[in-house]
Design a protein around this ligand. Structure first.
Ligand SMILES: [Zn+2]
Length: 284
């Protein structure tokens, strides 16, 4: 009887031990899984931080807009004055983090863009932008920490973009934003065209403030880019001169042709008259 009781007690203890061991194993396993998850998350975060470090935080499209504004509404006038932008100027190509990549962006024809580094062809510019980000990020100039997009407020990027899209409802004028943009604009004018540098720099300083900075005001509605686009101005002048020359030449040759034709006809007439046999008088 006692041996039977002892056996039952032993079985009971064995069962308890099994349960306890199982519980301990489950606890160890769950804590190990939690630890592994934590480790994986921290590893992922570390990788993201590393990627973030290498990534350039500068809007490529906004930088492109600034580049377009500068080349259309500023550089033709700068070239007219035979002036070279100093390297301290934020708009100097060396201070554009995307400059090198943009130089290697080739538009073969509409809907066909080529990477200048590996000659791969893309259907649109957006895909080529992504390709540059993923494959040629080493081409971004590490020494250059300037982002052209930062000059967007000063140079009216939103207005420029609205020129090629549907007219949008004008936002209310915020004085603080306007003042900030005006200040940035004047800083650009004074660093790119220091008035005491040369007479050309002085002229361009005034021009820059008139072309870009004066319109940063809430008081009255002033025209943005009042001097217009230098490229269009030169182009239309060339077109007008070409058209004028073509018309003048066409009139000249038409007159020349008419004079020559009349002279030939006159000569032929005279020749015929001089060789005509005398008329025979009929005898009756
Ligand atoms: Zn490539």
């Amino acid at each position: 009887m006692s041996s039977r009781r002892e056996a039952m007690t032993k079985t009971c203890w064995d069962l308890r031990a099994h349960v306890l061991i199982s519980l301990a194993l489950v606890l160890c396993l769950s804590s190990f899984t939690a630890c592994a998850d934590k480790f994986r998350v921290s590893e992922e975060r570390q990788r993201q931080l590393q990627e973030e470090k290498g990534r350039v935080h500068c809007s490529r499209s906004r930088s492109r807009t600034v580049r377009a504004i500068v080349s259309e509404y500023l550089m033709p006038f700068v070239k007219d004055q035979k002036y070279t932008l100093p390297k301290t100027c934020r708009l100097h190509p060396d201070n554009d983090v995307y400059h090198e990549q943009e130089e290697n962006m080739i538009e073969l024809r509409p809907m066909q863009w080529q990477c200048g580094y590996c000659k791969k062809i893309f259907r649109n510019q957006g895909f080529l932008d992504l390709h540059f980000d993923n494959r040629h990020s080493e081409k971004l100039e590490p020494s250059s920490n300037s982002c052209l997009a930062d000059a967007c407020g000063a140079l009216h990027c939103d207005y420029y973009n609205s020129l090629s899209s549907k007219p949008q409802i004008q936002a209310t004028c915020k004085l603080a934003v306007v003042e900030k943009n005006r200040h940035s604009c004047e800083v650009l004018a004074n660093t790119c065209f220091p008035a005491d540098h040369s007479p050309a720099a002085q002229r361009l300083n005034h021009f820059f403030k008139r072309q870009f900075c004066d319109a940063h005001t809430c008081k009255k509605k002033l025209k943005i880019f009042p001097s217009g686009s230098g490229i269009n101005r030169n182009k239309s002048l060339i077109y007008a001169l070409t058209l004028f020359t073509v018309i003048v030449l066409a009139i000249f040759y038409a007159i020349l042709y008419l004079i020559k034709r009349d002279t030939n006809l006159l000569r032929k007439g005279l020749r015929r008259a001089s060789f005509r046999p005398p008329c025979k008088v009929q005898k009756e």
